[in-house]
Design a protein around this ligand. Structure first.
Ligand SMILES: [Cu+2]
Length: 245
């Protein structure tokens, strides 16, 4: 009996812990607010957009459900029509315009911050080249400029120093691909014949999945890579001993 009670108690506290973890993940919108410097500019926009969508969704649902429940047809009479009601028409044109304008303002503000490239030379430079169907990472930090080339079977690893800004130069060998690290809330297209630039700092030590997010052909889904964030000293060690594959 006592054992059963203990088991129930253990299961109970486990589910409470699980619910707490779930609700904190829900409260943060499924993303960390500070996993990278990009998260620090994007996370509040992400949460704000969900709150806006929630408010608009609830008001829209009420406007739909109110007449369904409270204005059901009681007789054969045609209901009062309200077309050409100028104040109503102005309201439902102006209100969505204001919502879109506010979202656009904060999006443009965050985007300007995220895509800003410092004038001074970067501390670390990494070239990312997308190829059908994998990735090439070239580290300018080492004199030999080692290039790691992945294949769909051998997922390449992109090693980054924790807390230090890295400047990325993004290119593509063939078609348009998308360099995407979901955990860092960042994506930028890689275009053939064009160099795109991106700068950010990874703040947390760990391994994070990366993928291509532009449908680029047959093996698009196999264009995976792994981001490994290590301490600056481990990064130096890696750069000096990187095994070129
Ligand atoms: Cu691709």
């Amino acid at each position: 009996m006592r054992k059963a009670f203990k088991t129930t108690l253990a299961l109970g506290s486990l589910s409470v812990a699980m619910i707490a973890a779930q609700s904190s993940a829900f409260a943060s919108g499924g993303y960390s607010p500070d996993a990278s410097s990009v998260n620090q500019s994007t996370h509040s926009l992400w949460i704000g957009a969900w709150i806006t969508a929630g408010v608009v969704g609830v008001i829209t649902a009420i406007l739909i459900l109110w007449p369904v429940f409270f204005h059901r047809k009681k007789n054969e009479e045609f209901p009062r029509q309200s077309q050409y009601n100028v104040p109503v028409e102005v309201a439902y044109t102006v209100i969505p315009f204001i919502i879109v304008a506010v979202l656009f303002f904060y999006t443009a503000k965050a985007e300007t911050k995220i895509t800003h490239i410092d004038k001074s030379p970067a501390m670390h430079n990494i070239h990312v080249n997308a190829i059908q169907w994998s990735w090439q990472f070239t580290y300018d930090d080492a004199a030999s400029k080692p290039t790691v080339t992945g294949t769909p079977d051998q997922t390449p690893v992109l090693v980054l120093p924790q807390g230090e800004k890295v400047r990325f130069t993004l290119t593509s060998n063939d078609v348009v691909h998308g360099f995407w690290i979901p955990e860092f809330m960042i994506q930028m297209q890689t275009l053939p014949g064009v160099e795109n630039h991106l700068e950010f700092t990874a703040n947390k030590i760990g391994e994070f999945p990366g993928r291509c997010n532009i449908l680029c052909g047959r093996a698009h889904s196999q264009m995976l890579f792994k981001v490994k964030v290590v301490s600056p000293s481990d990064y130096k060690t890696y750069i000096n001993s990187v095994k070129v594959a």
